[in-house]
Design a protein around this ligand. Structure first.
Ligand code: MEV
Length: 398
């Protein structure tokens, strides 16, 4: 087991925000500046460097989901989200999963895909063969780019040629550049590489390069999380654990079979994933686009998870593309994102993607558990009532 302090913070929700912040700051050893960053983070000057036409700043709540164990390591998960119940639901799910030993996670190497679209190619098949034969020479043209990524063991890996012979604009050749971007999300690195390669590909194919841009379907860069929860952990006064676990498996089957349900099911998963993405300064639109395309990879939009019962254990698994970075971009510029990454114990990009997969699976478990038992609305209202009670208690202590 890990030597980091336990993330099982019972009664955390009862504390006022300042005390929660203090507790998390001690837990994660945040210094004064990092603690201050949790109060907002971005200043107007930095915001003005980030995007155009800035007129102000816009805040959202930053919360912590405690109780997570991922690969035997304790985690407090920072979440930025406006929707009530999500944080409490994740904390509860993580507590249930602790009973089964926590989440297990894994990921592929961080390989991104860039696309170069070649049009007006007179002999597409012959050009495809020439590009494949010249792969090594073409990749060597990128040797001067991205010294940091290369030093860390990443860099361009492979070219793949995909003729698209029957499009509305006629035949075209699509060249995929596969590149290991290490701890960078990699969009800039990949786009630069695609633009560098394009004139070479034009010369070889005798065509014209049009688009030169990464693909957000980063299906070579995936993360997964799984968990095993003893069925008895779902026992309550009103519901048998066996019924709840069987219900969760049936709910998952519904989301595999029906795109209307799959969309809502996956939305719940993104309540967890997007909240970590926002807290840690990731491009959540890229993550969403890639994962939804991946969910439709079999020709029909489906659930990203699997839940089934094995003996007396509910077994869950989530796998999806997750292109995230822990260097560069907002992770460098946004003080609250930096503090959030410190709370997560400075993960590299692969570890961050695995944490996000665990967060998504936890959120899905919580949603399905509520849906197959008391219903989402009752749980939501109970939480609301508890929150009102807690706030009147804490104000009476002042
Ligand atoms: C609400 O934000 C998310 C849920 O609808 C997810 C689901 O239905 O699985 C509760």
């Amino acid at each position: 087991m890990t030597s980091s302090p336990s993330s099982r913070l019972s009664g955390f929700y009862r504390l006022p925000p300042q005390q929660r912040r203090q507790l998390v700051s001690t837990w994660a050893q945040l210094d004064a500046a990092e603690q201050a960053a949790l109060g907002g983070g971005l200043d107007l000057g930095t915001a003005d460097q980030l995007i155009e036409n800035v007129i102000g700043l816009y805040s959202l709540p930053l919360a912590i989901a405690p109780n997570f164990i991922i690969n035997d390591r304790e985690y407090l998960i920072p979440l930025v989200i406006e929707e009530p119940s999500v944080v409490a639901a994740m904390a509860n799910a993580a507590r249930l999963v602790r009973a089964g030993g926590g989440f297990r996670t894994g990921s592929t190497e961080p390989i991104m895909i860039g696309q170069i679209q070649l049009i007006d190619v007179p002999y597409p098949h012959a050009a495809a063969m020439r590009i494949r034969a010249l792969q090594d020479e073409l990749l060597a043209k990128l040797d001067h780019l991205h010294p940091t990524i290369r030093k860390l063991g990443g860099g361009p890996l492979e070219l793949q040629v995909r003729p698209l012979l029957d499009t509305a604009a006629g035949p075209m050749l699509i060249v995929h550049l596969l590149m290991d971007t290490r701890d960078a999300m990699g969009a800039n690195a990949l786009n630069t590489a695609c633009e560098t390669l394009a004139p070479e590909l034009e010369a070889i194919s005798e065509g014209r390069a049009l688009l030169r841009i990464l693909s957000n379907l980063s299906d070579r860069r995936r993360a997964w999380a799984s968990c095993r929860v003893p069925v008895s952990a779902f026992d309550s006064d009103e519901f048998s654990g066996e019924d709840v676990a069987a219900g969760i498996a049936a709910a998952n089957a519904f989301a595999v079979a029906d795109p209307y349900r799959a969309t809502t099911h996956n939305k719940g998963i993104f309540n967890g994933i997007d909240a970590v993405a926002l807290a840690t300064g990731q491009d959540w639109r890229a993550i969403e686009a890639g994962a939804h395309a991946y969910a439709a990879r079999n020709g029909r939009y489906q659930s990203l998870t699997d839940w089934h019962v094995e003996d007396d254990v509910l077994v869950g698994r989530l796998e999806l593309p997750l292109a995230v970075g822990t260097v560069g971009g907002l992770t460098k510029l946004h003080p609250a994102a930096r503090a959030a990454l410190k709370i997560l114990q400075h993960p590299d990009a692969r570890t961050l993607s695995e944490i996000m997969a665990a967060a998504g699976l936890a959120q899905n478990l919580a949603a399905l558990r509520a849906l197959v038992s008391e219903g989402i609305q009752q749980g939501h209202m109970r939480l609301h009532a508890r929150r009102l009670r807690t706030s009147s208690n804490s104000s009476s202590q002042l």
